[in-house]
Ligand binder design. Structure first.
Ligand SMILES: Nc1nc2c(c(=O)[nH]1)N(C=O)[C@@H](CNc1ccc(C(=O)N[C@@H](CCC(=O)O)C(=O)O)cc1)CN2
Ligand SMILES: Nc1ncnc2c1ncn2[C@@H]1O[C@H](COP(=O)(O)OP(=O)(O)OP(=O)(O)O)[C@@H](O)[C@H]1O
Length: 190
């Protein structure tokens, strides 16, 4: 299957999950992530606000705040549509909707944190395979933002997903930046 058809199929898989399944998955993925070595060793952790049936990292955000670590969210540039930044996310951070209807901190160029300063990035995805290949929403934001990882070791990229987003093989593109692993409601693939 080509990337576009696969993306469509896998988005429909996650959109079909019930509210109860979503809640269970959100709790379980937080246990999988927060019990792991990568999380324990990280101070500066990026995640996302769930949309379109994505597995919800909210309990991971709560654990980050409780443990006095720092949590960050992606913020899109309204002028340069190719750019994505990261800004601090606290319980009281004011959020606005981006052009895809996803809530994000209001862009403040003085508050942008360099992607290189993050320790761990928990990435949204539409599909993944056990080799760490990722299919996103098709905007290429994460691939562009983390293209520098071909020559760097930090941050560590870990995808978050429902089991129903796992496939045998994601067709790779040459710009794809591989993930170190993927956490689901069931287990860690790494
Ligand atoms: N929760 C979450 N936040 C995120 C991402 C994500 O995948 N999930 N992103 C990860 O990159 C960035 C946003 N990227 C996105 C790219 C495309 C679409 C999207 O819905 N595309 C529509 C059609 C686009 C259009 O309106 O022109 C679609 O495919 O139906 C959404 C988000 C930053 N924030
Ligand atoms: N490093 C890069 N440099 C230039 N263009 C890139 C780069 N990475 C991705 N792109 C562009 O982004 C487009 C979308 O890529 P792709 O389909 O892999 O997105 P995605 O990983 O699904 O999306 P996202 O990361 O936003 O969730 C590609 O058509 C490609 O042209």
């Amino acid at each position: 299957m080509d990337r576009a058809s696969l993306r469509k199929q896998l988005r429909s898989n996650r959109q079909s999950l019930s509210a109860e399944q979503q809640l269970d998955a959100a709790k379980n993925v937080s246990v999988v992530v927060c019990g792991g070595e990568a999380f324990r060793q990280s101070q500066h952790i990026a995640l996302y606000l769930a949309s379109d049936g994505e597995i919800d990292p909210r309990y991971i955000a709560e654990a980050i705040w409780e443990q006095d670590k720092f949590c960050y969210l992606p913020v899109l540039d309204q002028e340069d549509h190719n750019k994505m930044y990261f800004q601090l996310y606290r319980p009281n951070t004011r959020l606005v909707n981006n052009r895809y209807g996803i809530a994000e901190p209001e862009l403040d160029r003085e508050k942008i944190v360099k992607a290189e300063a993050l320790d761990l990035v928990l990435m949204p995805l539409t599909g993944f395979d056990e080799k760490g290949h990722r299919l996103g929403m098709g905007g290429g934001y994460y691939d562009r933002t983390f293209a520098f990882l071909k020559q760097a070791t930090k941050p560590m990229l870990i995808g978050l997903a429902h089991e129903c987003q796992r496939v045998e093989e994601i067709p790779v593109a040459d710009w794809d930046v591989p993930m170190k692993g993927v956490a689901t409601e069931k287990t860690f693939y790494g």
